[in-house]
Design a protein around this ligand. Structure first.
Ligand code: CA
Length: 471
């Protein structure tokens, strides 16, 4: 083990035990041993649509290599089954319903009125205060007004798109502002003959090369593999054997995503930073109904409280600090990314107490053997869920509760709410106690979406075709 590795192990061990009252935003320059933090997010990918998640159809050698170098979570959750609230939870380490970010951004105007509450500090704010160089690349979806812009939320640099989804190829006519490429404060045209996944990769490589000498936080938020279903010709040709066109296109989009991850890893390697970079990869919500993704054994899709809506591909890798080739089986959640990254960056653990997420380092290093969370919660309007131990309850307005034992029934096929009514009552109580601390939503979703949510959670909606019929 190298001296650098030993120093880092020691630093992480101290972090797990340290107690301090220093505020989270305490200024200071990071120790030269502090790792870079690279957070890579994919969009709407299916639970089993990466090699490291078991796909035989979609080869993802670079993501697989990354997974092999670290810890794969077998029960990794996000805090929402749709994009914007999930990202708000990820960026703040807090349940987004605490600050009114319960719903996706409405597609209609006034789009400038919604965004991630300015009361919240982001992980970029906190890492920036510790002296990190910070950069957001790709999809933002946390507000389009200037006050919600990445450069106002702790990031030093931004290249990407403020909205929720856009064409992978350059627009022929100027698109709406949410879809236009933006560098820091300025809109700019898409590069000619470009493909978004490649463009974002190039921006990430450039940032990594320019910041090889100091600790950085790079949030690389790919739009892949969210619709529209656009793949490069070369990537489509490689998957001619896949019969269904949508699935073939998704394979091509996934290949481009994986190639991008490979180029980013290569840039870290070439600038001698790979061993000193803490890398987190996850997907923002369950595989979507409209992009031909596959959630494998999990019931439900994006937008639902079924496991297929909230359990995602999720991994962490940090050479010499986290175990290699490991799987972590306890439930964890995207809210844990912020405190874990802060701890990796040397922030005092006491400073993380206001967050709902927990620092996972001691759990992943075998210093703590309890589950990181006693209970996890989800809610978006009419549909809510709570998980405690192996029990999960889904509560939908106007319907009796659904109760599943995920250890015995990971596909959520058998509702035990009547047979195990005491457990159901206890979980409902926990859910209501959590809700008592939540804020009124800052905006709402259209009634149509509420109706879809109610229908998605009916026990008689069985199978992908039936699930896909409800967006
Ligand atoms: Ca998404």
């Amino acid at each position: 083990m190298s001296q650098v590795h030993r120093a880092r192990l020691a630093a992480a061990g101290v972090l797990a035990a340290a107690a301090s009252t220093a505020p989270l935003l305490a200024a200071g320059s990071p120790d030269s041993e502090c790792p870079n933090i690279l957070l890579i997010l994919s969009d709407d990918a299916g639970y089993v649509d990466f090699g490291f998640q078991g796909s035989k159809e979609f080869p993802t050698p670079n993501l697989d290599r990354l997974a092999q170098s670290g810890v794969v979570f077998t029960q990794g959750y996000v805090s929402a089954s749709v994009s914007s609230p999930s990202r708000a939870g990820l960026m703040t380490g807090r349940y987004q319903q605490r600050f009114g970010h319960e719903f996706n951004h409405p597609g209609t105007s006034p789009v400038d009125s919604v965004g991630m509450a300015l009361s919240e500090q982001t992980m970029a704010d906190a890492l920036s205060a510790r002296g990190y160089s910070t950069c957001a690349i790709g999809k933002w979806h946390l507000g389009q007004a200037p006050r919600y812009h990445p450069l106002r939320r702790g990031f030093d640099e931004f290249y990407g798109y403020l909205g929720g989804s856009r064409s992978y190829f350059p627009y022929k006519k100027r698109p709406g502002k949410g879809n236009r490429a933006m560098r820091n404060w300025d809109f700019e045209p898409d590069p000619p003959n470009s493909y978004v996944t490649g463009t974002l990769t190039g921006e990430a490589v450039s940032f990594i090369e320019r910041h090889a000498e100091e600790p950085f936080f790079l949030y690389l938020s790919f739009t892949a593999v969210h619709g529209p279903m656009h793949a490069l010709d070369g990537d489509l040709q490689a998957f001619e054997h896949i019969e269904k066109k949508g699935r073939r296109t998704l394979a091509g989009m996934t290949a481009a995503l994986d190639r991008g991850v490979g180029r980013v890893l290569q840039a870290l390697e070439e600038t001698d930073q790979l061993d000193n970079t803490f890398i987190i990869f996850l997907n923002d919500n369950g595989g979507a109904t409209n992009n031909h993704s596959d959630n494998g054994p999990l019931r439900g899709m994006k937008g639902s409280k079924w496991e297929g809506g909230i359990r995602v591909p999720f991994l962490m890798s940090w050479s010499g600090v986290l175990p290699e080739g490991a799987r972590y089986e306890q439930p964890i959640i995207s809210l844990d990314v912020f405190p874990t990254a802060l701890a990796a960056a040397g922030a005092p653990v006491d400073a993380l107490r206001t967050l709902d997420g927990v620092n996972l380092l001691p759990f992943l290093q075998g210093e703590a053997s309890d589950p990181p969370h006693d209970t996890l919660f989800w809610r978006r309007g009419v549909a809510a869920a709570v998980r405690q131990g192996d029990w999960k309850l889904i509560r939908v307005s106007g319907s009796p509760p659904l109760l599943f034992n995920l250890a015995d029934d990971p596909g959520e096929t058998t509702n035990l709410a009547r047979r195990r009514s005491r457990i159901a009552a206890r979980l409902l109580e926990r859910l209501e106690a959590w809700e008592a601390d939540l804020a009124e939503p800052d905006w709402y979703q259209a009634k149509t979406w509420e109706n879809y949510q109610i229908r998605k959670h009916q026990m008689n909606i069985v199978g992908r075709d039936a699930e896909r019929a409800l967006p």
